[in-house]
Design a protein around this ligand. Sequence first.
Ligand SMILES: N[C@@H](CCC(=O)N[C@@H](CS)C(=O)NCC(=O)O)C(=O)O
Length: 230
Amino acid sequence: MTIRFYDLAGADPARRFSPYCWRLRYALAAKGLAFEAVPWRFTEKDVIAPFGSDKVPVLVDGDRVVADSWAIAEYLEDAYPDRPSLFGADPGRALARFVNAFADAVVVPGIARLVVADIDAVIDERDRAYFRASREKRFGMTLEAAQADRDTRVEAFRQALHPLRMVLRAQPFLAGGAPLYADAIVMGCFQWARCVSPFRLLEADDPVEAWRQRMLDLHGGMARQVPAFD
Ligand SMILES: N[C@@H](CCC(=O)N[C@@H](CS)C(=O)NCC(=O)O)C(=O)O
């Protein structure tokens, strides 16, 4: 039975913009596993509630259900050991956990303040009120105010990426000579941004930008072939 997962979609069902679901797409592609990505909107909580989650991704593989992108990556690694590894040899999984924490603590919140009002323009009409109310509560201000100073705020974001930049100056991928799930974790964040906003996060000569382009090329250009802004 084909693996399926619930995948955040916008007004255009082809616009899939969750950073966490993009991590999963890269993981499934790296494992060479066929999958169906079922479009899901923020307000369709009832669809995933039976799986014990109120967030996507939720993966359904036969009778196995796994929620949370990190838990799903671990599941795929353990359930499909004969496929290419997502983490590399030990302690690859443990180190990828650090990258996951860095991405969730630094990269996702950094990008959110730069594109959150743009997300409002691409989401499904049914999700609009929920998205605005939940995110304005989270930021303590309107979406427009949260994003208003992005031309200056982007400098601090770029500075926060310096650990990535140092690594990517020395090697083509975070995992070394070839990408692993650590690369997918961070790329999911950048793919989220390009699916929702034309705002330029990285300067053209940034090694992180060169790496982002390499990630866009992976798996036959999988991430380039979706509605996005660049
Ligand atoms: N830690 C979770 C985070 C998942 C998450 O936050 N997903 C968002 C979509 S990007 C979501 O479903 N949000 C539902 C909501 O905001 O109500 C993971 O890694 O999968």
